[in-house]
Design a protein around this ligand. Structure first.
Ligand SMILES: C[S@@+](CC[C@H](N)C(=O)[O-])C[C@H]1O[C@@H](n2cnc3c(N)ncnc32)[C@H](O)[C@@H]1O
Length: 272
C-alpha cells in the first residue's frame, strides 16, 4: 500500500492532520515529508505500525503519548503514561517565574515536576540558577531525568517524595507548582486525554480540587527566603480561593494572571 492510501484509510477514523503526524512518527520523518510523499510505498511493517497507532488514537490515546513527545516552551519533552502531557497554558507560569526570578544564582523549587517541563525550562532559560524538582511519583521522576539528559540540563536535582518532605529545612528564592487541581468527581476526568493521564497528576481527590494547593501554600513560607515568590497554576474557577489562601498565609504583592484565553490561571505572592 502507498502512503497516500494509508492516510485516506486512517482519515476514516481520525482527523487527517493526526493521521499525518502518526504516519510521520511511524516512518521517522517530518509531517511535511509525509504530505509531500504520498506515492511512497510502505513496507508491511510500516503499514502495520501506522495502522496500530491510528487504531489507538481512534480509541482515544493522546497523540503526545503515541508519538512520545510534546513541545513545551519551544523544546521537545519526552512524555508517556507516567507523566501529565505539558499544557500550553503552563507556559504562563514559566513566564511569571522568569519575570520574578533573581537575576543570578537563584534557588528554585518545582513541586510536582512530572515530565520536568517547568523545572527544566527554568533551568535551561537561566543556567546560573539551581532547580530542585520534587515529585511523589518515582516513574515521573525517571521520565523527567531522561528529559534533563536529552535537553542537557545540569543545574537541576530531582527528589522523590510528598511536596516539601524531601526538602525539609531548605529555603528557596522561588517556588513554582502546577499541582493536581481537578476536583475528585469532575466529569472531565472521564473525557479526552485525561482518561489516559496519571490520576495522581490530575486530582488529589478532594471535593474542590484544592487540597494540594492548600498544602503547598501552607508550607511555602517556611521554605521561602525573605522576598521569595510562590507561583501556582490553578483551575479556571479557583482564583478567588487561591487569593484567599495566599492572603491567609501572609503573602504580599499577590498576583492573579490570565492565560491567553483570558482565564485566570496563575496565582502568586511574595514572602515579606
Ligand atoms: C499537574 S501535574 C504537573 C506536571 C508538570 N509540572 C507540568 O506542569 O506539566 C502534577 C504533578 O504532581 C505530582 N504530585 C501529585 N501529588 C503529589 C504530592 N503529594 N507530592 C509531590 N508530587 C505530587 C504528580 O505526580 C504530577 O507529576
Amino acid at each position: 500500500m502507498d502512503l497516500h492510501k494509508a492516510l485516506i484509510k486512517a482519515a476514516l477514523k481520525i482527523p487527517r492532520r493526526e493521521a499525518e503526524l502518526l504516519a510521520a512518527h511511524a516512518l521517522g520523518k517530518g509531517r511535511a515529508w509525509v504530505i509531500a510523499h504520498g506515492e511512497y510505498s510502505l513496507s508491511a511493517t510500516e503499514a502495520e505500525a501506522i495502522a496500530l497507532t491510528v487504531e489507538a488514537r481512534a480509541l482515544g490515546s493522546p497523540i503526545a503519548y503515541l508519538v512520545g513527545e510534546r513541545e513545551f516552551y519551544g523544546r521537545p519533552f519526552k512524555v508517556d503514561q507516567r507523566v501529565l502531557i505539558p499544557r500550553p497554558e503552563t507556559e504562563l507560569l514559566v513566564e511569571a517565574a522568569l519575570a520574578r526570578m533573581p537575576v543570578v544564582e537563584a534557588s528554585v523549587l518545582d513541586l510536582g515536576t512530572g515530565s520536568g517541563a517547568i523545572a527544566l525550562t527554568l533551568a535551561l532559560e537561566r543556567p546560573a540558577i539551581h532547580v530542585t524538582a520534587v515529585d511523589a511519583s518515582a516513574a515521573a521522576l525517571d521520565c523527567a531525568s531522561d528529559n534533563a539528559a536529552a535537553l542537557g540540563a545540569e543545574n537541576i536535582a530531582f527528589m522523590h517524595g510528598q511536596w516539601y518532605a524531601p526538602v525539609a529545612g531548605w529555603t528557596f528564592d522561588l517556588i513554582v507548582s502546577n499541582p493536581p487541581y481537578v476536583a475528585g468527581e469532575d466529569a472531565h476526568l472521564k473525557q479526552g486525554d485525561l482518561r489516559f493521564e496519571p490520576r495522581q497528576a490530575l486530582t488529589d481527590g478532594s471535593g474542590d480540587g484544592l487540597d494540594s494547593i492548600r498544602a503547598i501554600v501552607a508550607g511555602a513560607p517556611a521554605h521561602l527566603a525573605q522576598g521569595g515568590w510562590l507561583l501556582l497554576e490553578h483551575g479556571y474557577d479557583q482564583a478567588p480561593a487561591c487569593a484567599a489562601l495566599l492572603a491567609e498565609a501572609g503573602f504580599t504583592e499577590c498576583v492573579a494572571l490570565n492565560d491567553l484565553a483570558g482565564i485566570p490561571r496563575v496565582a502568586g505572592g511574595r514572602k515579606l
